[in-house]
Design a protein around this ligand. Structure first.
Ligand SMILES: NC(=O)c1ccc[n+]([C@@H]2O[C@H](COP(=O)([O-])OP(=O)(O)OC[C@H]3O[C@@H](n4cnc5c(N)ncnc54)[C@H](O)[C@@H]3O)[C@@H](O)[C@H]2O)c1
Length: 371
């Protein structure tokens, strides 16, 4: 098992550890039981995960002497709403959960974001732990303390920064993950390859070629490396004042594509398309070498993520949604008209924030990427 320390502002004492390994459930229970962090724990999960792992996790945690309850939400992005937060809060009140209680997010990014958000609000903030069960959550969303839910007007429009007390990444959970969801998670690992460590791209493309993407030592390696990169960036810029924005490589266009598809495309598929667009634009405008671009697109293709935008998605619709993205900042003084902030790369591992990109170039690139 590997451990990484996330060292944050010591005045707030919210530093924590990330534990990564296969079959670390008993270890998780022991750490929580011995920590004295809480008298009781409430596991928040979704119906699909609960059916597969709920009982086993419940029993393992109970053995550590903690009182355990479980709250089960419907599965999927549709459940990531303020209504679900209120349902969870009411159930917590009914259970008598107090400030000595700990929430445990057992699930993918949806459950992680929603549980963190609820924990940040319940009784003005209680601790929570991340037990991520999707690849996306294990390489990315369980770390860094961004929490939130979606609103009718957009994804993650309500949210807080609330760091977990600890992150326990058991790669064993990935064994039950359906293939499409599993593959989706590689988008964020590929992002880390593009913005920081190109070796990740080679490692992923090689594992795909050898048909060993589900190999546990490979998975542990890419999870550890992705977490190491993310936690280093979060340590330097916890609240996304600047540097942390490089983690949005592929996400600005990705979110717009995801919304334009009516959320039929997954987060990972959309981010893969967003990275394809960002890579092309970086080549056109900022001299990204062709061989670097090729490494990114090869890794995306190799894991089975899409390289082309469905023709049914109108470019104008994607552009309109781009300017609604909460990370977009307008620069109305540009001649070309409306511009948005983008994460671009000059080379692998060399990201930068571009505060003004001509809408014309984005539109042209989106058209080129149509299947
Ligand atoms: N907070 C952050 O920093 C951050 C970063 C990236 C993404 N996100 C968010 O993450 C969300 C996407 O997360 P996701 O892709 O994990 O989706 P998800 O949480 O909806 O999980 C996808 C599906 O997989 C199922 N599932 C989860 N674990 C399983 C397992 N082990 N076995 C079988 N089925 C399992 C779930 O029931 C669900 O149906 C988005 O809402 C996105 O905004 C947050």
């Amino acid at each position: 098992m590997k451990k990484l320390d996330v060292t944050l502002d010591r005045r707030r004492n919210d530093s924590y550890q990330i534990h990564i390994g296969e079959a670390i459930l008993d270890w998780t229970a022991t750490v929580l039981g011995r920590s004295g962090i809480a008298r009781r724990c409430v596991v928040i999960t979704d119906s699909a995960i609960d059916a597969l792992h709920g009982e086993r996790v419940h029993k393992a945690l109970e053995k550590s002497g903690l009182r355990i309850d479980r709250i089960v939400l419907p599965s999927g992005e549709e459940a990531k709403t303020i209504d679900s937060v209120l349902i969870v809060a009411e159930k917590l009140i009914a259970l008598g959960a107090d400030r000595q209680s700990l929430l445990i997010a057992l699930g993918g990014g949806v459950i992680g974001d929603l549980t963190g958000f609820t924990a940040s609000l319940y009784m003005r903030g209680i601790p929570f732990v991340q037990m991520p069960t999707t690849l996306l959550a294990q390489v990315d969303s369980s770390i860094g303390g961004k929490t939130g839910v979606d609103a009718a007007g957009g994804k993650n429009m309500l949210g807080t920064f609330h760091q977990p007390w600890g992150v326990f990444i058991d790669t064993g959970f990935l064994k039950t993950l359906p293939d499409a969801i599993f593959r989706s998670g590689f988008a964020e690992a590929i992002k880390y390859g593009a913005i920081e460590n190109p070796a990740l791209l080679d490692d992923i493309a090689k594992a795909a070629a050898e048909n060993s993407l589900r190999d546990s030592s490979f998975l542990e390696r890419i999870i550890v490396e992705s977490c190491r990169i993310k936690k280093t960036i979060v340590e330097l810029d916890e609240r996304e004042g600047g540097l942390r924005r490089i983690l949005n490589f592929g996400h600005t266009v990705g979110h717009a594509i995801e919304a334009a598809s009516g959320y039929k495309l997954s987060h990972g598929e959309s981010v893969a398309l967003g990275m394809n667009a960002a890579t092309r634009i970086s080549q056109k405008l900022y001299g990204l070498p062709a061989q670097d671009a090729e490494k990114i697109t090869t890794a995306i293709r190799a894991v089975g993520l899409p390289g082309t935008i469905p023709v049914s998605l109108a470019t104008d619709d994607i552009l309109a949604r781009l300017s609604m993205d909460k990370k977009a900042q307008h620069n109305v003084h540009k001649k070309e008209g409306k511009t948005v902030h983008f994460v671009m790369i000059r080379g692998l591992g060399k990201p930068f924030i571009q505060g003004g990109l001509p809408e014309k170039v984005i539109a042209e690139t989106l058209e080129e990427l149509k299947g």
